[in-house]
Ligand binder design. Sequence first.
Ligand code: NAP
Length: 304
Amino acid sequence: MRETVGFIGLGIMGRGMANNLLRAGFPLRVWNRTASRMDELVQAGATAGSSPADVAAQSSIVVSCVSDTPDVEAVLLGPDGVIEGARPGTLVIDMSTISPQATLTIAEQLAAKEIAMLDAPVSGGSEGATRGTLSIMIGGDAAQVERAMPLFEAMGKTITHVGGAGSGQTVKLVNQILVVGNALAMSEALLFAQAGGVDLQKTVAAVSQGAGGSWMFTNRAPQILARDWRPGFSLDLQQKDVRLVLDAAQQLGVPMLATSLIFNLYRTLQVRGLGGEGNHALIKALEQLAGFEVNGRSPGEAAS
Ligand code: NAP
């Protein structure tokens, strides 16, 4: 069967992912709460929908990529939501990062209307979304995963069916523990390098590919050196994921020492009004404690 695809949520991630579905040849109907964000996709060949329900009525597979758990609940289950337009047999793929527990409840409510659901959160940043190289962690029924594989292949490179409903979200939270831990390690390392008086550009080049390297370090350390705080992933959304980790860890009874420290460091930045900056702005919390900034200037280079 030729699938017709709907896409809800054209933010930093969604617009790249939707573009890659278009490029792969899927007929695409899109919807975004802020309507002007649909223009770019419509110019590229997509059709603008009038609501999530409208998108679902015209699609056999509906992808959502919005911010947080209540937002997914709103676009899937709320008034004018997907559940109001979808026919039995429709597949919903939620690619947002949300609560694993809430995902199970949403999947149950959709199943009552014979609508299937996969949770398929992603990793790889805005760069991965644009290039179609995301890591995709999928929870749900194997037959539906197989059905959706051509879509996943258009959007991602490492595609892993990790288990039943909700398990994609659990594995995504595993990923987020690693992401923020790497962000903290990167911040401390750069402060240490600056205080040690070494050339920061050369330091980044020297260690990026070694045992201490990480996606975070390779992609975000150069941004820090340029004092470029534009978000690939906003600090507010990062903090939302850390909160999801701590909530789930509370339910599981697992101590999360570094992750709860990072939650509080991010909180200090939110209080300072920096929630719209990228998640690498974590370093600003440590800079404040250290009393100096990482500015990327070579030792001896005059401040401009
Ligand atoms: P973003 O740029 O802030 O975009 C959020 C999108 O969600 C926008 O399209 C927004 O619509 C929509 N939205 C939010 N609340 C809504 C609501 N109540 N009803 C309808 N639409 C709503 O965020 P993003 O970076 O694309 O992230 C999207 C999801 O992917 C999040 O769950 C995030 O955690 C996850 N993710 C992000 C990254 C990354 O590097 N950015 C990486 C992996 C996973 P408006 O345009 O109207 O605001």
